[in-house]
Design a protein around this ligand. Structure first.
Ligand code: UD1
Length: 387
């Protein structure tokens, strides 16, 4: 049996790490005849967005890198399809495993199905209902094509059933991100907050106001096109962050390349860089980000993965979106997040309210650190049946 798994962008790396480990355990323990190849499409290529995660999470070097790089959606998708088709024709795998909702996920599942290769989708069934998000389109198409839909929560399985997906294709196996979180939590906890700041600070900032202390800083990430690509949306958010949040506490911001580019394009980069209350960091490694999350008083983010991590770690979280494909992370379902969109009144009100809250860690069903082995078993079971 031969499996090709595909990664392309940062949020894929922490999801594939436990999957590859679970395959290896299955092979060694049961003498499984299995060949596995890891393909990196190259959508994320900076060391800090890609190679650093392979090293920190002990992911084997990709067997093949398609080197697709940046570009418009059409360029990224088209180039990935062209290159991935060559790989599939040469390698003829039985299964292609795709994860999450990035462009690599869509491009590779389409080509695999065109060549009659079975597709398993890790993190299937998430729905934001927002067709303006490129990720929502990627999720819909990938799920429609996949032979095995591995869902992280029961709501995602219900979404698929509602869309008419046959029940036998759907398996609720839990959240593989949490496998990685649990495997790395102790290592993250040992890191020193201020060493992380010293080692990752973006050059050109004034000295930090004070040393960071646990429970006394806000942490943010923001990179969604809907927040950072339009001046009229981004600038009021920046104004709120720079005047109101920094008046209460230091604001730590590991910045995504897209957001840096947009701040530069809107002539706001220097103001952020020089602001004494903002600790601007390069994109962080996995353990460093988790350590900051463990110490943050509040998180402001538009990332999907961080909403999940805040839920399990119990960090109060303002989700800078109007919708989420991960409703189990919301406070109304026992999680740590609240949706605040990009309306400043709403962000301010929820920010003030959230500062006064004690949020307890919560663990949705099967977010237990063992999702990857359930996924591997599901694939193997299907392979046995089809032979
Ligand atoms: C992608 C995913 C998104 C995910 C995010 C996490 C899609 C449609 N979106 O968005 O779901 O949350 O990754 O990071 O797949 N860039 C660099 N260096 C890099 C990578 C990107 O400078 O290593 C720059 C690119 O030049 C590009 C910009 O960042 O202009 C955005 O990259 P892109 O791959 O288009 O998508 P993301 O916004 O990162």
């Amino acid at each position: 049996m031969k499996i090709i798994s595909v990664v392309g962008a940062r949020p894929n790396f922490m999801k594939i790490a436990p999957f590859i480990r679970a395959l290896e355990v299955r092979r060694q323990t049961y003498g499984l005849e299995l060949q596995h190849l890891l393909v990196h499409t190259g959508q994320h290529y900076d060391v800090r967005m890609s190679a650093a995660f392979f090293a920190a999470l002990n992911i084997p070097e990709p067997d093949i890198n398609l080197k697709v790089g940046s570009g418009s959606h059409a360029e990224q998708l088209g180039q990935t399809m062209i290159e991935f088709e060559k790989v599939l024709l040469a390698e003829k795998p039985d299964w292609v495993v795709v994860v999450g909702d990035v462009n690599a996920t869509l491009a590779c599942s389409v080509i695999a199905k065109r060549l009659h290769i079975k597709v398993a989708h890790i993190e299937a069934g998430l729905r934001s209902g927002d067709m303006r998000m490129p990720e929502e389109i990627n999720r819909l198409v990938t799920d429609r094509l996949s032979d095995l839909l591995l869902t992280p929560d029961r709501m995602s399985s219900e979404n698929l059933l509602r869309e008419g997906v046959p029940a036998e294709k759907i398996r609720f196996v839990g959240n593989i991100m949490i496998d990685t979180l649990e495997a790395n939590r102790d290592q993250a906890q040992e890191l020193d907050l201020n060493a992380i700041v010293r080692q990752n600070r973006i050059e050109g900032q004034p000295d930090p106001v004070t040393g960071l202390r646990d429970g006394q800083f806000a942490l943010m990430t923001m990179h969604r096109p809907s927040n950072v690509d339009h001046r009229q949306i981004l600038m009021p958010i920046m104004d709120f962050l720079l005047t109101e949040v920094t008046a209460d506490q230091p604001l730590v911001w590991p910045i995504h390349p897209r957001s840096k580019k947009q701040l530069q394009a809107f002539d706001c980069w220097e103001a952020v860089l020089q602001h004494p209350g903002v600790v601007l960091l390069e994109p962080l490694g996995y353990h460093e980000m988790m350590r900051l999350n463990l110490g943050a008083r509040i998180m402001l983010t538009d990332s999907g993965g961080l909403q999940e991590e805040c839920c399990v770690l119990g960090t109060p979280c303002l989700t800078l979106r109007w919708n989420t494909e991960r409703p189990v992370t919301l406070r109304e379902y026992g999680g740590a997040s609240v949706l605040v969109g990009n309306n400043i009144e709403r962000i301010r009100n929820e920010y003030l309210h959230t500062l006064s809250l004690e949020v307890a860690p919560s663990r949705p069903e099967y977010w237990d650190g063992a999702a990857a082995s359930r996924m591997v078993e599901e694939i193997l079971e299907r392979e046995m049946v089809s032979r």
